[in-house]
Design a protein around this ligand. Structure first.
Ligand code: SF4
Length: 442
């Protein structure tokens, strides 16, 4: 939970000695509260105070880290609504492999989770989890082995002690999540011995709290909650109750990430997709789908991207040279700002034009073209500096630079700053790039 500066100040010596780099202990506390300083910068804070502060500042929803190659944090949230601050850890999305599936279908879904990837606003979107459901038909361990080889994060849904032991032995380095049907002492012991997270279920918050207490008493600390119901309304209501109890009432028994499986609520795949989108918005930490189709997976990944971005910080693309198509020494160079949406739209339209080109992205702290120009962060000086800094001319014989049409004001000055270049004023709208490049002599 985010602490206020005065709460933090209680743990500081209040001598204002300045050794932390701030003029007073209060100034230091204010910087810690907004995440711009670390308590370790004050050499006089006792170990006890550090521990107490860490426990008081821990998020009301515990953060659980799973995975190896595709490590992912679950939970760790501090607010009910994104606009209050931000959501930190995106919902993990995955596929549920059921032992009833035939070999071909199992192979297909494992292939899908590995191959279905989409790039949007410079971010790679993909699913991260494979859940394997043991129905004691003899295939569970074999499927776990195949799923483990993908490097994805695993959820082992089994109540069979032998199968669980074998599956954990295969996959323990990815920290699989164990999801048993019952909380047998032997299963709790295996989970504890291997330091793994466990899924604890219940049909309502009282039952869940009781089961969480039992698991905690066994010494297992990393818990993921599952609401057991066949009705979407029950699951949705309980997800909200769990989040509200954890954040507003500081209920420790409910302060854990939550697993959701929309496939258990409907046989209709379209509805499953809709339920998944509800759980991404409120408040699933993991969503498992019964199969992966692009038309359902892609919108869910985009929804997740939109919800789990910091509303106070614009999304950005790293500054640099981007190649669109296979540009050569005669290809034109476009320049624009690093607001991700701008990059995404401009690069898409250059691609649509079918003319290979270089795209220079300038760091404008995530501002779009006109805003950056108005803030004096995208002008003839900054563009000329970027051209020189990236040494783009070393890749070119013909030096043609196309600037966005909305910054026509900088055209003359840019020509003076880059005398070896032919500067072209591009269209005002990115959508007109294809017709622009077809009709202009480059
Ligand atoms: Fe205060 Fe510690 Fe900073 Fe000194 S180093 S001013 S005691 S916070």
């Amino acid at each position: 939970m985010a602490l206020k500066p005065l709460d933090i100040l209680k743990f500081l010596p209040k001598t204002n000695c300045k050794e932390c780099g701030f003029p007073t202990c209060l100034a230091f506390a204010m910087q810690i509260a907004i995440g711009k300083a670390d308590l370790s910068q004050c050499p006089y804070v006792s170990e006890d105070a550090k521990k107490q502060l860490a426990s008081e500042s821990a998020p009301p929803i515990k953060t659980i880290t799973v995975g190896n190659k595709e490590k992912i944090n679950l939970g760790g949230e501090t607010v009910l609504y994104r606009h209050e601050k931000t959501f930190y850890n995106p919902t993990g999305i995955g596929v549920l492999i059921d032992e009833d599936m035939n070999e071909e279908k199992i192979e297909e879904e494992i292939k899908n989770i590995c191959e279905m990837k989409y790039e949007r606003v410079g971010v790679l979107l993909k699913g991260e989890f494979i859940g394997i459901f043991d129905k004691e038909k003899g295939k569970f361990v074999e499927v776990v082995k195949k799923a483990y080889e993908t490097g994805k994060n695993l959820i082992l849904m089994s109540d069979n002690i032998d199968n669980l032991k074998k599956a954990i032995e295969i996959s323990k380095d990815v920290r699989p999540i164990v999801f048993p049907d019952t909380l047998k002492d032997e299963i709790l012991q295996i989970v504890k011995d291997n330091n793994l997270p466990i899924v604890v279920k219940g049909s309502n918050i009282d039952e869940i709290s009781e089961n969480v207490k039992k698991v905690k008493n066994s010494g297992v600390e990393e818990i993921i909650i599952y609401v057991e119901s066949k009705k979407i309304s029950d699951v949705f209501k309980n997800l909200i109750l769990i989040r509200r109890s954890a954040i507003l009432k500081k209920n420790k028994e409910l302060g854990y990430p939550v697993l959701t499986i929309p496939a258990f609520l409907t046989d209709n795949y379209l509805k499953e997709g809709i339920y998944a989108s509800i759980f991404i918005a409120k408040y699933g930490s993991i969503v498992l789908l019964s199969k992966l189709n692009g038309e359902i997976l892609f919108p869910l990944l985009v929804e997740r991207l939109n919800i789990f971005t910091d509303p106070q910080r614009p999304m950005t693309t790293p500054e640099g040279i981007y190649e669109i198509g296979k540009p050569d020494e005669n290809s034109p160079v476009f320049v624009t700002t690093n607001f991700s949406l701008t990059y995404f739209i401009v690069s898409g339209e250059i691609e649509n034009s079918k003319i290979p080109a270089y795209l220079l992205i300038q760091d404008t702290e995530g501002l779009s073209v006109l805003t950056a120009w108005a803030a004096d962060k995208f002008n003839a000086d900054t563009i000329a500096n970027l051209v020189k800094k990236t040494k783009i001319e070393e890749r070119l014989k013909k030096k043609v630079l196309i600037i966005p049409g909305v910054v026509a004001q900088i055209y003359g000055e840019l020509e003076e700053q880059l005398p070896d270049w032919k500067i072209l004023l591009g269209p005002r709208e990115a959508a007109h790039i294809p017709s622009f490049v077809r009709n202009v002599e480059i």
